[in-house]
Design a protein around this ligand. Structure first.
Ligand code: PMP
Length: 413
C-alpha cells in the first residue's frame, strides 16, 4: 500500500474564515462562492469577500504602493537573503507605526518581520508555548477570526473562548467579557483584536478598553494584540492603535501581531511583524535571541520584496503622508457605505433599528439577519454573504447599495 494510504481527506480549506464555528462556516462560505459563480443574474452582489474593493467592486492597488514598487525596482537591489528577523528598516518603521513615536516601548521591543499577520500570530503562538510561565492557555473572543483557533492549537497552546458578542443587542457583551477575563486562571493569555474586530465589527470603546486593561492586570494575565487593520478601521493609524498604546502606558508588556495586508493592500506580498514589549533592553536581547531560534527552523528568513515596499512607504515622509491619505480614503469609503446602506433602509420605511451598521467598524458588518433570511437573500435576491449574517462592507458600492437595501428590506420587512 502507499505510505499515505491512511491520510484522510480533509474538509476544503478557505482563507477568509471569520467565525468561531469552522465547519459551519466552511460550508457557508463555500456555498456562497459556488452559488455566486453559478448565478447568471447581472446585478448579483458578493458580500463574502475579505479584501477591500473600490467603488467599482474591483481589487485596489494603492497608488503609494505603485510608487514605492517603482522606487524599489529602480534601485536594482540584489536578492540576497534578509537576516532571520527580516528587513531592519521595515521592522523599525513597523514598530514606530504601531507603538507611536513617543512610546516608552521603542527601546525595549523585540521585533521580527513575519509572513503577514498569520505568520506573526504563529510565531507568537510558538513563543508563548515555549516560554509562557502560565498554563499555556490562550483565550480568544467568541466569535473570532476562525484561523485564530487553528493557529494557536497548532502552536501547542490550549484554546479557550471568552464572551464577546451579544446577539440580542448586536453589540458587545461587555459584562460577559470582563467576567470571563476575571474568571480565567491566573497567567492566562488573552488574544485581543486591537481594532475592527473580525467578524463582528464590534469594538470596545476607549473607556471599556480601560476596564479591560484593569481586568487583564488583576488576573495577572498576558495580552496578545492582533492588529490586522491599523488605520483601516477609523482611517487614523494612531486612533486605531489606542488599545495597545494604552495598555503599555498602564504597565502591560504585551505581544503584537501586525499585518500590512489590509492597510497597504499588500495581501499576497505577506508583509507583517511580530513583536514583544520587554521589561528593559537586557530582556529584549534575550527575547530577540529566542525569537531567532524559533524562526530559523520555521522558514529561515522572510521574503524581502513586500517588506522593501512597505519600508519605502513608511520611511519616505512624502510617500508616508500620501499612504495615510489613501488608508483614510479606504476607511472612509467603507464608513460611507455603512451610512448609505442604513439611510437606504430607512428611506424604504424599515421600522428596524439599523444603527449597529454604522456603529460597527472595519471591513465587516454583522447585520443581525438570521441564517434563513441570509438564505432568502441569496436565493431570491442574488445577494451572497455568510449565513451568520456577516456582510463585507467592502463589497458595497454606490452602484449596488440601493438594490442591497431593497433586498434586505424584502427579507426583513
Ligand atoms: N487577524 C485577523 C483578525 C484577520 O482578519 C486577518 C485577515 N483576515 C489576519 C489576522 C491575518 O491576515 P494576513 O495573514 O493576511 O495578514
Amino acid at each position: 500500500a502507499s505510505t499515505w494510504a491512511d491520510v484522510p481527506q480533509g474538509p476544503p480549506t478557505i482563507q477568509t474564515t471569520p467565525i468561531a464555528d469552522l465547519n459551519f462556516l466552511r460550508k457557508a462560505i463555500l456555498g456562497i462562492t459556488e452559488a455566486f459563480k453559478a448565478d447568471s443574474f447581472k446585478e448579483k452582489i458578493n458580500l463574502g469577500v475579505g479584501a477591500y474593493r473600490d467603488d467599482q467592486g474591483k481589487p485596489y492597488v494603492l497608488p503609494s504602493v505603485r510608487i514605492a514598487e517603482d522606487k524599489v525596482v529602480s534601485q536594482l537591489l540584489n536578492k540576497e537573503y534578509a537576516g532571520i528577523t527580516g528587513v531592519p528598516e521595515f521592522t523599525k518603521a513597523a514598530a514606530l507605526l504601531a507603538y507611536g513615536p513617543d512610546s516608552s516601548a521603542l527601546d525595549r521591543v523585540a521585533i521580527t518581520q513575519s509572513i503577514s499577520g498569520t505568520g506573526a500570530l504563529r510565531i507568537g503562538g510558538a513563543f508563548l508555548q515555549r516560554f509562557s510561565p502560565g498554563a499555556k492557555t490562550i483565550y480568544i473572543p467568541n466569535p473570532s477570526w476562525a484561523n485564530h483557533a487553528a493557529v494557536f492549537k497548532d502552536s501547542g497552546l490550549t484554546v479557550e473562548k471568552y464572551r464577546y458578542y451579544n446577539k440580542d443587542t448586536i453589540g458587545l457583551d461587555f459584562e460577559g467579557l470582563i467576567a470571563d477575563i476575571k474568571g480565567a486562571p491566573k497567567n492566562s493569555i488573552f488574544l485581543l483584536h486591537a481594532c475592527a474586530h473580525n467578524p463582528t465589527g464590534v469594538d470596545p470603546t476607549p473607556e471599556q478598553w480601560k476596564e479591560i486593561s484593569e481586568a487583564v492586570k488583576s488576573g495577572d494575565h498576558y495580552a496578545f494584540f492582533d492588529m490586522a487593520y491599523q488605520g483601516f478601521a477609523s482611517g487614523d493609524t494612531d486612533k486605531d492603535a489606542f488599545p495597545i498604546r494604552y495598555f503599555i502606558e498602564q504597565g502591560h508588556n504585551p505581544a503584537l501581531a501586525q499585518s500590512f495586508a489590509k492597510n497597504m493592500g499588500l495581501y499576497g506580498e505577506r508583509v507583517g511583524a511580530f513583536s514583544i514589549v520587554c521589561a528593559d533592553a537586557e530582556e529584549k536581547k534575550r527575547v530577540d535571541s529566542q525569537i531567532k531560534i524559533l524562526v530559523r527552523p520555521l522558514y529561515s528568513n522572510p521574503p524581502v520584496h513586500g517588506a522593501r515596499v512597505a519600508s519605502t512607504i513608511l520611511n519616505d515622509p512624502a510617500l508616508n503622508k500620501q499612504w495615510l491619505g489613501e488608508v483614510k480614503e479606504m476607511a472612509d469609503r467603507i464608513i460611507t457605505m455603512r451610512a448609505l446602506l442604513k439611510k437606504e433602509l430607512e428611506n424604504l420605511g424599515s421600522k428596524h433599528d439599523w444603527s449597529h451598521i454604522t456603529s460597527q467598524i472595519g471591513m465587516f458588518a454583522y447585520t443581525g439577519l438570521t441564517p434563513e433570511q441570509m438564505d432568502t437573500l441569496a436565493k431570491e435576491h442574488s445577494v451572497y454573504a455568510t449565513k451568520d449574517g456577516r456582510i463585507s462592507v467592502a463589497g458595497i458600492t454606490t452602484g449596488n447599495v440601493k438594490r442591497l437595501a431593497a433586498a434586505i428590506h424584502a427579507v426583513k420587512p
